[in-house]
Design a protein around this ligand. Structure first.
Ligand code: GDP
Length: 329
């Protein structure tokens, strides 16, 4: 594959080249990894800064309906929108339930939109890297807004929050009791909580739910890096396309404020550091699972089992052999 040619075409905003490049970064093949790294390096330093928006919500809350309506609104304003997904369940179910084009048919036909379903990968680490690289590629291809969708379960929300400039939480109208169901950690990562389905019979409940969350958000520690009133809760109706413009207005207010105050850049820098450290940990673990360390570990494990050497001494011996001598802390 001609990496230079691919890079040129991505920088020119060619969607087919972008799709091909994402397929490349998704591949687990060693030679593909080498090419993917070369491509990412080559594109590094391009000057387009997209707004990366993480979006989380449980299945059925209206994520695809919202992304489609919201995405169409943005493309109508002349913005280029990419949709990516981090799907923690795709490995198990074998199929993707997020970022699926059939869930966003109108948006997928939009020339200014690019939708990429989540790949089926075996572990979240792989999905995280692939998504980060796909974000880089979309940004290089000139997209203005990159929506990163995930399901509100487990670790995937943290993963998405660590690669987003803004994090949205989509919720359904519900009775007050269910407020407890949203984990505190998620409330703390959310910049804007959107109560969807604020229409028809659900409208009054949605308004009440929104007030409940607004109250809960006020109790959280105020973030020094944000302007007055954030994080905030809003009602929207993805189906009736109500409140989407307001949501976008709040998102731009927040991101503009952070840009001016230097927090936008600082957050990206902290995220880059976070992912560097995560990559180092992943890389170390991967090397432990490969020869020659794997064999040495098995041998030492047998010696530990037989009581010939203590667990701590065996571990130290292994680490010293492969990582060099570590002075005592
Ligand atoms: P996802 O699983 O989070 O992607 O949710 P979907 O977008 O597939 O929506 C799940 C269901 O909720 C579908 O039947 C939608 O039509 C419905 N839905 C989504 N948004 C709204 C909304 O704003 N109002 C109402 N009344 N229903 C909605």
């Amino acid at each position: 594959m001609d990496i230079e040619d691919l890079a040129t075409r991505i920088l020119a905003g060619e969607r087919r080249a972008l799709a091909r490049a994402i397929t490349l970064v998704e591949s687990g093949r060693a030679d593909h990894r080498v090419q993917a790294r070369a491509l990412i390096e080559r594109l590094h330093g391009h000057d387009n800064v997209a707004l990366r928006v993480g979006l989380s919500g449980t299945p059925g809350v209206g994520k695809s309906t919202f992304i489609e309506a919201f995405g169409m609104m943005l493309t109508a304003q002349g913005l280029k929108v990419a949709v990516l997904a981090v799907d923690p369940s795709s490995a198990r179910s074998g199929g993707s339930i997020l970022g699926d084009k059939t869930r966003m048919e109108r948006l997928s036909r939009d020339r200014n939109a690019f939708i990429r379903p989540s790949p089926s990968q075996s572990h979240l680490g792989g999905v995280a890297r692939r998504t980060r690289e796909a974000i880089d590629l979309c940004e290089a291809a000139g997209f203005d807004v990159i929506l990163i969708e995930t399901v509100g379960v487990g670790q995937s929300e943290t993963v998405v929050a660590e690669m987003s400039d803004l994090f949205l939480l989509l919720l359904a109208p519900a009775g007050g009791d269910e407020l407890q169901g949203v984990k505190r950690g998620i409330m703390e990562t959310a910049d804007i909580i959107l109560i969807n389905k604020a229409d028809g019979d659900l409208k009054a409940t949605a308004t009440r739910t929104c007030a409940d969350y607004a109250g809960a958000l006020r109790l959280l520690r105020k973030r020094v890096q944000d302007p007055e009133g954030f994080p905030k809760a809003l009602t929207v109706s993805a189906v009736e396309e109500n409140g989407l413009d307001r949501a976008w207005e709040e998102m731009t207010t927040l991101s503009d404020w952070r840009r001016e105050a230097g927090h936008f850049e600082a957050r990206r820098a902290a995220q880059a550091r976070y992912w560097f450290e995560a990559e180092v940990r992943e890389g170390l673990l991967a090397r432990l699972r490969r020869e020659p360390v794997k064999g040495a570990m098995t041998t030492l494990a047998h010696q530990v089992e037989a009581g010939e050497i203590s667990a701590a001494a065996a571990a130290e011996e292994l680490l010293e052999t492969y990582l060099g001598e570590v002075p005592p802390a």
